[in-house]
Ligand binder design. Structure first.
Ligand code: ZN
Length: 437
């Protein structure tokens, strides 16, 4: 270990009690996406204590501070602010009607503030040949769509997820690469999983089928049964499933959210929600088009009409193997050899989804996931069981990875940025998502 690596580890160890107290408070005070005002204020307060200039209310609740300067690359370190609604969780927040950190985002925020404490140290900051943007970002979880539609109607947001909103607002325009973390999302018993496992992207659908009401017994010939059109479309989607390739990981979930109103009237308005998932954008678009065809074609067959709204949810996460920054950081945190460290492979897949996928289409992502927790994500039995592994080591991993990317005049960061081939330019991303609702 060199002098700066030792200094980073020493600073985070010296601040361990403060970090654990910060995490404990966060664990008990979870808030919903775009409503994380108190969590954001706590992060901003800590950044200000470090003497950093802070930008607040980014995409409603986001917080940002900067360390380092100069002409070098800009590396973002990202922590997600929001909780998930899970009232049954023992640490759910009664003030927010049951939000909890059953997805471990409080651990991410702790990793972010722990890394900030180390990186703001004058000796550490002086070793960095570039800028570090410390970013607490809102609304990773794609939930409460009705509330988000209201925020859209009020002109407060344009997109349903925080990173997508920030990408569209230009908050990532000066960022060249990003560091992210999470508790393990793909199944892993290890303490650290280095690299970014691919995950599914999503497109959400709201289908309204318009038929014609009539007396169901006396005059069914005068009606157009919208429920029959929905049934036919759901059957068509079932038949289409054999056409999806296993390697694309396509999933389609549907839910009839408005059925017929009364039994003796031919149903004239049916609303079906759907979610399409796939692990690459091409398959996602193809499955989305198949879904639309099924509803539009089957409605036509019955004489009804289907209006399909498409909401771009998350893009798939593009797999990114372990880089040297992560490997060197992991070596430093595991100097005594007590940790079980694995590297992600292209074969691992995460069926769930995250808006880190959107970022992975425009910039290189240096990601690791960590253990120290048990129980299922988003469930009441999720808990932190090892504070060191869940709350302290991730902070060291963030700060050490930044150091290795930006030391020696940012040699490694520059190489990774040059080698990365984005799917979209930042402008191209904005144009692509604008084609959806
Ligand atoms: Zn999460």
């Amino acid at each position: 270990m060199d002098r700066i690596e030792k200094r980073i580890i020493e600073i985070i160890d010296q601040n361990k009690d403060k970090l654990l107290a910060f995490a404990e408070e966060g664990y008990r005070t979870a808030e919903g996406g775009f409503e994380e005002f108190k969590t954001a204020a706590r992060v901003a307060g800590l950044f200000k204590e470090l003497g950093l200039e802070v930008r607040e209310n980014i995409a409603v609740t986001g917080v940002e501070a900067q360390v380092g300067s100069g002409e070098g690359p800009c590396v973002a370190v990202i922590g997600e602010l929001d909780g998930i609604l899970c009232p049954a969780h023992p640490f759910s927040n009664a003030e927010t009607n049951g939000y909890s950190h059953a997805c471990g985002h409080h651990a991410q925020i702790n990793a972010l503030v722990g890394a900030a404490i180390a990186l703001a140290d004058s000796e550490v900051a002086a070793s960095l040949g570039g800028k570090v943007k410390l970013m607490a970002v809102p609304a990773e979880e794609f939930v409460s769509v009705a509330k988000r539609k209201k925020l859209m109607a009020e002109g407060k947001i344009k997109r349903c997820s925080g990173k997508s909103e920030m990408l569209c607002n230009g908050d990532f325009d000066d960022v060249d690469m990003a560091l992210t973390t999470h508790v393990h999302m793909a199944p892993s018993e290890s303490d650290l999983l280095l690299g970014n496992v691919s995950s599914n992207g999503t497109i959400t659908k709201v289908v309204t089928i318009h038929g014609k009401a009539a007396h169901a017994a006396a005059a069914p010939h005068e009606g157009i049964n919208a429920l029959s059109a929905a049934s036919l479309a759901l059957s068509a989607i079932g038949l289409l499933r054999e056409t999806f390739r296993d390697e694309d990981g396509v999933r389609i979930h549907t839910n009839i959210v408005r059925g017929g109103d009364v039994l003796n009237v031919v149903p004239d308005t049916i609303v079906v929600d759907g979610m399409i998932r796939a692990n690459n954008l091409t398959a996602l678009e193809a499955a989305s088009a198949a879904f639309d065809r099924a509803f539009e074609g089957c409605a036509h067959a019955i004489g009804a009409k289907a209006d399909v709204e498409s909401w771009q949810g998350y893009m798939p996460v593009i797999y990114q193997p372990t880089d040297d920054a992560l490997r060197l950081a992991a070596e430093a945190v595991n100097a005594d050899g007590s940790l079980w460290i694995q590297e992600a492979t292209a074969l691992q897949k995460n069926a769930a989804s995250t808006d880190v996928g959107d970022l992975s289409h425009v910039m290189p992502i240096v990601n690791f996931t960590h253990g120290g927790v048990k129980g299922a994500l988003h469930s009441s039995d999720f808990e932190v069981v090892d504070e060191e592994k869940a709350l302290i080591i991730p902070a060291k991993m963030f700060a050490l990875s930044v150091y290795h990317l930006l030391k020696n005049n940012a040699e490694l960061a520059k190489q990774e940025i040059a080698e990365y081939k984005p799917v979209f330019t930042k402008q191209g991303y904005k144009e692509y998502v604008a084609t959806f609702k």
